[in-house]
Ligand binder design. Sequence first.
Ligand SMILES: [Zn+2]
Length: 434
Amino acid sequence: MKLKLPLFFCLFLLMQNAKSQTHPIELHPNNRVASLQMTPTEYSNWKANDQFNNAAVRQALFQDIYVKFQDHFDFIFLILNEDTRPSNLASGQLMKVSNNVTGIGMSTYNDCASYGSAGKLKAVMHLARRDYLRAGPSLHELMHNWGNFCLQTESVSSYGTGLTSFAYQPHWGFTGGSNKGQLGGFQQSTLVANGGGSYSVGTFGLNANGGNSVPYTQFELYLMGMIPLSGVNNFDVFRGITSYSSDGTTDTFQATTRTTYTSASLQTLLGTRNPSSTTSQKNFKLLVICLTDTPLTAAQWSLLDDYSEKFGRTASDGSSTYNFWEATNGLGTMETGNLQNSLNALGVATNEFTEDIRVYPIPAKNYITIETKNNIDIHELAVYNLLGQKINNFTVQQNDNKIEINMGDCPKGIYHLNIKKEDGQLFVKKIIIE
Ligand SMILES: [Zn+2]
């Protein structure tokens, strides 16, 4: 068996807690984004088979993430390390985890335990391209945490006449709003009634309006808990669509049903939102994780860090797209930073080694031996002190399936030895130098 030496030491793990972690998770030094590295096989399977939609696989991955991070996050976004969206995958997906808000058409539920959260996690998101946090559909998917589960909306599949419309929750379809909505719909102020059930509005999308290029509507902000119902101007929902056309600046459609919603009729339909906009949560915490099968390049790290900062900034992000703070008209915040404060406390790593890897002696004076069998291939070794700082001032010697590391220059104390196998699996062993 051939061991790959010399070993190289990269920034891959800062710390571990007492539970075994199966994926290496790195934190960018600015503490606004992390990466989670899958094996090439796992990553290609994740993409090819849309494993975010596989509850067991998805939940196991989040359980692993919570080995590294504390239960501080309302939302966790997984972003694929892809230049282009894999064609079989949706741009974005949101899976709801828990909800305790009533009066917005949603039941209450709590599936936190399945994900490894002690109760804080509200939803998890999957974005299929590296830049989708900035470009969207990040704001759109987030909106699905609250809507639309309250209004009966309809859509059509194409332009034309003699169309049949169909139920289209959770998107707005032919629904007006204070502006074009994150979940689709037109700007109410552009509505013109042509008579005979025909209506014209400014061009719009049935399920989205250009990713993060539009802010949330008043009604979307109400559902989120940002403003009271009295702050929502009247708007219309059209159903029974029988024709739909666009000339590029105006969309025209024929509808059999027009329902005008007022704050009073919404109150009757939905009941009172609890908690109200006075007491609702408006400041959220987000963990952004890039899924990858290769260590992120400096350029990829830099882009993800930049976009995470801009998405979480409580000021304009300086571009035409909206970040969360801008999209909520400055009423809500989505903190993406300070991830270092959410790492699990350093505990004693107690991962049980397989019979295939042995580390001895413990305690040791100088040399520690890592012995492998059954063709286990060690890819990387790194030693960290209890502050999470990497120690690399030891020398390595190779002897078949044994690696010796010289810890003689290290101060006496407890260290964590991280052993990464060729397939990406990671083991952590507590070692003692006396
Ligand atoms: Zn959607």
